[in-house]
Ligand binder design. Structure first.
Ligand code: SAM
Length: 349
């Protein structure tokens, strides 16, 4: 036996490889628990036992027990006096109807990306998406694709609304009276930022089929009177003018460098002198070694987009400079957020 194992030198073990290799199992535990609506059902009760879950769902007790145990092992459930109750994490983010309900993102990832990632090798070999065919469709954002028309905007909202909270708490929006959120999805950022900044007015700009959904989502928020929505195509049209700031979160990563340059030039043209563009992304580090969330999301751009990629702050800084922006600042977030890890702010001189 190698004595170094017991003298403070950590032995090399394949355990980290196991955690990587079975990552898909962990993803499925969460998705299946949500499929049974477990966390919403357990919320506000004194918990559930395997026998009760089995009875409610018409299952055998063995799978019910194994599922509840796996959920507890992942920190989704706690066990109190023999009964499984929601953990703090599950109660806050996995109960339907809560402001930061995250379940729609989990469901989208499970229904669309789980199978798609089974074809990751094809995407890597072919340098093309596997969820749609760029030879027959013009863009990923196709309302004829049922998952993109319905599940995707809801999933984005589920991830974006807390990411917007992190942005609201990390950046100071007091200097801006008006904000245009380009590719703003269901208005998650506009809604959340306006809730944090009562002086702010915001406009979502997105494809017409998304804007229809954004209007419905925003109508349910207490800031509906300060957020509106404009439908359009940012490649076919100029962007609306007259805003103090333009927000681009998780939009540039969908496109290649030329399209990013086009979009940033349109932002520059739409802003007045002194206007600010804010780019929020899951940035890579400048060395190109991580972090995991951004790097793996980058591979998802390969699976889902024709030529998108996650990029570093340095790469976006170069793009912003080329588009004519100055005073480029990096801002981190005060808390981890699901869809972005910071922002770049840049000014039009
Ligand atoms: C990855 S999502 C990001 C949404 C939102 N900013 C967020 O962070 O959650 C990209 C958004 O760009 C929108 N989009 C794609 N192509 C567009 C176009 N040509 N014109 C306007 N919006 C577009 C999509 O509909 C989608 O809402």
């Amino acid at each position: 036996m190698n004595s170094t194992s017991y003298t403070g030198v950590r032995p090399l073990t394949p355990a980290p490889l196991m955690a990587i290799a079975d990552g898909f199992r962990v993803a499925k535990v969460l998705a299946v628990a949500l499929e049974f609506d477990l966390f919403t059902q357990v919320s506000g009760t004194d918990g559930i036992t395997p026998a009760e879950l089995a009875g409610r769902e018409g299952l055998q007790e063995r799978p019910a027990r194994l599922l509840l145990t796996a959920c507890a092992s992942l920190g989704l459930l706690d066990k109190r006096e023999g009964r499984y109750v929601n953990s703090e994490l599950a109660e806050e983010f996995l109960v339907r109807g809560k402001r930061y309900f995250f379940g729609d993102l989990v469901t989208f990832t499970d229904r669309r990306e789980y199978d798609a990632w089974g074809k990751l090798a094809d995407a890597v070999r072919g340098n093309r998406p596997v969820t749609w065919d760029p030879d027959t469709a013009e863009t990923l954002f196709d309302p004829a694709d049922e998952q993109m028309a319905d599940l995707f905007p809801k999933a984005l909202h589920a991830g974006a609304v807390f990411t917007a909270r992190a942005m609201a708490l990390s950046l100071d929006f007091h200097p801006y009276r008006t904000l245009l959120d380009v590719g703003g999805g269901l208005g998650s950022f506009c809604g959340e930022l306006c809730r944090h900044y009562p002086h702010l007015r915001a406009t979502v700009y997105d494809l017409p089929f998304v804007v229809g959904m954004a209007e419905k989502q925003l109508a349910q928020t207490p800031v509906a009177d300060r957020v509106d929505a404009i439908g359009g195509d940012f490649f076919a049209e100029d962007l609306p003018r007259g805003y103090d700031a333009i927000l681009l979160t998780n939009v540039l990563h969908d496109w290649d460098a030329d399209r990013c340059a086009t979009l940033l030039a349109k932002c520059h043209a739409a802003l007045g002198s002194g206007g600010t563009v804010i780019v929020g992304e899951a940035f890579l580090d400048d060395e190109g070694t991580g972090p995991v969330a951004g790097a793996v999301a980058g591979l998802n751009m390969l699976v889902e987009t024709a030529d998108g990629a996650n990029r570093s702050r340095a790469e976006y800084t170069a793009m912003l400079t080329a588009a004519g922006f100055t005073d480029i600042r990096r801002a981190g977030f005060v808390m981890d957020a699901p869809l972005a890890n910071g922002a770049l702010l840049a000014r039009k001189a």
